[in-house]
Design a protein around this ligand. Sequence first.
Ligand code: HAM
Length: 444
Amino acid sequence: MAVNVKRPNGTEDILPKDVHKWHTVEKIARETAESFGFSEIRIPTFENTELFMRSVGETTDVVQKEMYTVTAKETKFTLRPEGTAGTIRAMLQNGLLNEALPQRVYYILSCFRHERPQAGRLREFHQFGLEMAGSQAPSADAEVISLAKSILDRLGLKNIELYINSIGCPTCRAKYHEALRSYFEARKDELCETCHERLEKNPMRILDCKSPVCQEITKDAPVILDYLCEECGDHFEKLKKYLTGLNIDFKVNPKIVRGLDYYTKTVFEFVTTEIGAQGTVCGGGRYDGLIEQLGGQKVPALGFAMGIERLLIVMDKQNSEFLTPRTCDVYFSTMGDNALEKAMQISHELREFGYRAEFDLMGRGIKAQMKYANKMGSVFTVVIGDNELENGSVRVKEMETGNEVEIALDDKFRANFESLYFNKMMNSLEDDELLNNLTNGENK
Ligand code: HAM
């Protein structure tokens, strides 16, 4: 019987031809977060199951249906379905919250959720996310939202809407839950089975239900914003004021309740209509009770996470620009073993100085080697054979123009190659500028 060695459903391979796209997102996200004072944190791929039950919440879909859990030596472990719980656990366990506040960390990690795979919804996916702990000020909410917006802008994403809402604190939410319960109680028979349970344990989850009938019923449900206490109301008003001052467009959407239980006050989502149902590219909010819930002090916190696969789907659709993939800087075509050895030595030195140098490892003939160098998009090529070794010099060919320059095969080879390379890069830059000016209507 054939062994099934295909990758599991809902997972993806990221191939070398596409990896520059990931590097683009990671680089821009990292640089932007660092410019806002965030540093990177790396946490384990799995945690004790209890962590997610206590943070993400036992009534959420993620905990009830989507976690990958194994029992090993009688302890239950779960592959992280998201990054917040593990990050806060790490902050607490390593005493970060005793240091200067606010603590600001970001992460790039894989997450695992057993959902039905479809475009933009995977079982293993990747998040860029961040958490800020220590500030209860609405300016922190504005800071985190404007950071997310800066990343999306710097990635060149267009047509993304920002929705914000406040889901209040436990005090105002208790009153809201009461109102929701009595509203849904009246139409209980029409609700789906899962929502019956939600009605008991956490009626706000009903607002998130995907069943069309439940969605229809929620249309006239009470709205949380009408139930906010004074403090939560002021917090939300200030946030809106700050966002307006930062020229960040937003829409207040009382339907945004988020699928995880730890949120309080501000919640937000950046949504695109370009990838169907899975249009939320970034989701986040405040979670002022979570740290205490996990055994820490009462420290307010907030954050967000972006789905990298979803960002890339939108970027591909919008023909966004990516970092140029690095090609081979110089390829040595060799004839004979002595030439090969020489190519090995020079390549080694060039690589030490950061150049990408390659030579033949396949025993190909010279013509096939040149074909390969062409295919690789090598910037320069060098042929080394007996003649070159005898003369002590080689011709370095710039592939784009066909220009050749003779360079001695001596101690100065690397330095001479470098100046050739530098000239080529300067010329390309000038060409780019000329092109830019032309397209901007100058130089006509
Ligand atoms: P989340 O909304 O569950 O929030 O996930 C954040 C983002 O991860 C989503 O907006 C989406 O882009 C992406 N995502 C979620 N599930 C999938 C999936 N199955 N396939 C592909 N992408 C997916 C959180 O995870 C919170 N921890 C965010 C946060 C951080 N809140 C505060 N701090």
